[in-house]
Ligand binder design. Structure first.
Ligand code: PLP
Length: 241
């Protein structure tokens, strides 16, 4: 029987292979797709095993948990920490100090708070604006389910782009979850259209990065132009409860 580190290594390599295959089949991906391995709620043993397997981008949702794990893990040269979940303003301080990228920027208020905290520690980090492309009330992100109303986003995004210590570089989304991965495709297509819209209306901002796709649908996301995919379960297994 395979040990946990062996399983994680096999899974990681399989997901990388599938990303490469999907990216060759895509008309959009011109650069390497980056794989964020989601380790939220996973213990440090799982993270060490992932690091040993070659993982360098870790996706996390709970800043306090992440901080504790980083302290417990010891030295992991080149490891980077990406915040992918909804961030409460009072925890912006932790992200400012310990994270390398923020995928889930979902309000003007939060942008202001994170920027203040980054100023304090003299850091500037890449940020993606999270959009709610499926319109589900349970999801965070700027409401973007109706293309007729995309124009309403422009002013807010413009304001966020003025914060000196946030480097906007694209969009992130978490569409409705379906077992059948093809059902995600229309949402990913919408993301590309929104990206094109924003390039037209806010050309001074970089919109190149698209963070979309999870364990269930990352291959479809890559086919539709994802530059970051966020995969947890398919690599490190089910999250412990
Ligand atoms: C948990 C999570 C993922 C990964 O989900 P899996 O189904 O385990 O691949 C991706 N993105 C976000 C925002 C998440 O919260």
């Amino acid at each position: 029987m395979k040990t946990l580190p062996e399983k994680i290594k096999t899974n990681y390599e399989r997901v990388l292979d599938e990303i490469e295959r999907a990216s060759k089949a895509s008309r959009y991906s011109t650069r390497g797709v980056k794989l964020v391995v989601v380790t939220k709620a996973q213990p440090v043993e799982v993270m060490s095993a992932a690091y040993a397997a070659g993982v360098r981008i870790f996706g996390e949702n709970y800043p306090e948990e992440t901080e504790a794990k980083i302290a417990a893990l010891g030295s992991m040269p080149d490891a980077t920490w990406h915040m992918i979940g909804h961030l409460q303003g009072r925890k912006a301080k932790i992200v400012a100090k310990s994270f390398d990228m923020m995928h889930s920027m979902d309000s003007l208020e939060l942008a202001q708070k994170l920027n203040d905290r980054l100023l304090h520690v003299n850091r500037r980090i890449p940020v993606l604006l999270e959009v709610n492309i499926g319109g589900e009330s349970s999801k965070f992100g700027f409401e973007a389910s109706d293309p007729e109303k995309w124009i309403n986003l422009v002013d807010t995004f413009q304001q966020i782009s003025c914060f000196s210590n946030l480097e906007i570089c694209g969009l992130m989304t978490m569409p409705p979850i379906y077992e059948e991965k093809e059902r995600s495709r229309p949402f990913f297509v919408q993301m590309r259209l929104l990206q094109r819209f924003l390039r037209t209306h806010l050309p001074a901002i970089c919109w190149d990065e698209l963070s979309m796709g999870t364990s269930l649908d990352y291959t479809v996301a890559v086919e539709e132009g994802a530059t970051y995919v966020r995969v947890g379960t398919a690599i490190v297994g089910e999250r412990p409860r």
